[in-house]
Design a protein around this ligand. Structure first.
Ligand SMILES: [Zn+2]
Length: 550
């Protein structure tokens, strides 16, 4: 018979309970000292182990051979309770049995003796759901409980439990379980189930479960059921729970702070077409901004601007809950927000003026081409091939810079650069340099030698982005650190390989020789951009693709 993971891995002994150090200590002490109460009230958020603890307590007080108060798991009573067959353990879900009749029935059965165990245990879950009448009936029982009866009441809402009940119970609070504790438990379960699951996926499940282990295990189970393989990665998680890739969040955030409405609307359409939940996305965005603020707490520059963003996004989120046309409301909300917060105001007007400039200049090119009969290619195709060429050179230079960094690498330069790098933190929220500065501080500085440096990133897509906007990286570093740097970008994984390769070369006395960088060939479009400072500045902000407006 199929058993849910939650049931399968439900702790059977008090030492297996996840988190809840205080609750565990209180119960262990009372078991150890044989000071058993006749009524307990366990309160705390859902899925934090209240009913699990109730069952462990029920077993411990009934065990025939307890060791320091802990159930032996082997005696007749332990076996009977573990098999869920004992008639002396009565579980009542007050959420579905909130009537006086049920409690009256309890009162009548309370007087009957146990059928096989030492104690008859009543576990009443969600006790706050009982009606006033039922509470009063329960109160009468709690006032004069027979020796062989123990009540364990559980609630997620202690405020709704009358004080007359509370005063007759030993109240024990169950806390939300920490993300670390949940993650460790999920890891244990995944290992037991022989499922290979990425660490960041386990972390993400733990985070979305709001301190509830039951929900976390339920989510893990859902993910396992949805994945065909015994390997589970972040994209499986995103697909199963409707989350978006972190790259999309970053793209959206950057577009938001730059006031890049075209990109914002493009992402919105992507979300819509892939059936993503806008409310979930907005919440993810809030979390993303929160992390940005936390990460860069030291930077006071523009700090409140981003706090405001959280308030605005939260308002938007609430509004999205009450609409039938969520896409329209989401987009309108974001556009208003960009407007209201004046996000990317300078750059928007700049990019508009650039668009006009670029179309003017491409007109000029077109006219020139009309005179050049042998030139058959349209300016569009030419731009495309220039772009490809630029990419190719950037990729080649990326390799050369890595080589040169290895050739010149030394520890002092690395230490100094890492100190200098701190300055970037002051610009993370800067309207002009923020996006690039964020990108740079997200990287890991691996090596440095005389203004050559190697920067690594977790994902391929981050590396590709950096190579694409290479000129902007150099420009922003020059502006902030006052030096011209040559940067080589690669993934963390590739770095580990390159490092080993480098160490081997050093051991074998193979020297690195400094190589010349490939130059971008001077062509018309470069001439134009260097003539027009605004165009250049915009290309630094957006990367070149935005400027090529057709
Ligand atoms: Zn036992």
């Amino acid at each position: 018979m199929y058993q849910s993971l939650y049931r399968k891995y439900r702790p059977k002994t008090i030492d297996d309970v996840v988190g809840q150090k205080i609750a565990v200590r209180i119960i262990k002490n009372s078991l150890n000292n044989k000071k058993i109460n006749h009524a307990y009230l366990f309160s705390g958020p859902r899925g934090t182990g209240k009913t699990t603890m109730a069952k462990i307590l029920a077993k411990s007080v009934n065990c025939l051979n307890p060791i320091n108060g802990v159930a032996c798991e082997h005696c007749r009573n332990c076996i009977e309770i573990n098999s869920n067959e004992s008639v002396d353990i009565i579980e009542i879900d007050a959420a579905s049995n909130n009537g006086v009749d049920e409690v009256r029935e309890i009162r009548n059965s309370v007087s009957l003796s146990c059928s096989s165990l030492k104690y008859k245990i009543y576990i009443i879950d969600e006790v706050h759901m009982l009606t006033i009448g039922a509470f009063n009936a329960l109160l009468k029982t709690l006032e004069e409980p027979p020796e062989h009866i123990i009540f364990i009441l559980a609630t997620t809402d202690i405020q709704k439990v009358p004080s007359t009940i509370l005063s007759r119970c030993q109240c024990i609070n169950f806390e939300s379980i920490s993300v670390v504790d949940i993650k460790n438990r999920l890891k244990f379960i995944a290992d037991e189930e022989k499922i290979n699951i990425d660490d960041d996926v386990l972390l993400k499940i733990s985070e979305i479960s709001n301190g509830g282990l039951r929900d976390a295990i339920g989510n893990l189970e859902k993910l396992i059921a949805a994945s065909s393989e015994k390997e589970i990665h972040m994209n499986d998680f995103n697909n199963t729970f409707g989350f978006v890739d972190s790259i999309v969040l970053e793209r959206f955030f950057t577009s938001l702070v730059n006031g890049n409405l075209n990109e914002i609307l493009a992402i919105s359409t992507e979300l819509y077409d892939t059936g993503k939940d806008y409310i979930l996305f907005t919440n993810e965005l809030i979390e993303y901004v929160r992390q940005k603020i936390r990460q860069y707490y030291n930077s006071s520059n523009g700090f409140c601007e981003y706090c405001n963003l959280i308030f605005e996004l939260n308002d938007l989120c609430n509004r999205l809950k009450n609409t039938d046309n969520i896409k329209a409301l989401f987009e309108a909300g974001i556009i208003c927000l960009v407007d209201k917060e004046n996000l990317g105001n300078d750059t928007v007007s700049k990019s508009n003026s650039i668009k006009t400039e670029v179309s003017k200049t491409s007109d000029v090119i077109d006219k020139k081409e009309e005179h050049l009969e042998e030139n058959q290619s349209s300016s569009e195709e030419e731009n495309q091939s220039l772009d490809d060429q630029r990419k190719k050179i950037n990729l080649k230079n990326n390799e050369i810079i890595m080589n040169n960094t290895f050739a010149l690498a030394n520890k002092n330069d690395l230490i100094q650069l890492k100190q200098e790098w701190e300055k970037l933190n002051d610009y993370l929220l800067d309207k002009n340099f923020g996006a690039i500065a964020c990108y740079l501080v997200d990287g890991h500085i691996r090596a440095c030698g005389k203004n050559n440096l190697i920067l690594s990133y977790e994902y391929d897509s981050m590396v590709d982005r950096g190579i694409e906007m290479y000129d902007s990286l150099v420009h922003v570093l020059k502006q902030i650190l006052g030096e011209n740097y040559s940067i080589s970008l690669l993934t963390d994984e590739k770095w580990e390989q390159e490092k080993i390769h480098y160490i081997n070369n050093i051991k074998n006395n193979i020297k690195y020789e400094i190589k010349e960088l490939e130059k971008q060939e001077i062509n018309e479009s470069n001439e134009i951009s260097s003539q027009d400072e605004e165009v250049q500045e915009a290309s630094l902000l957006f990367g070149n693709d935005i400027i090529e407006v057709k």
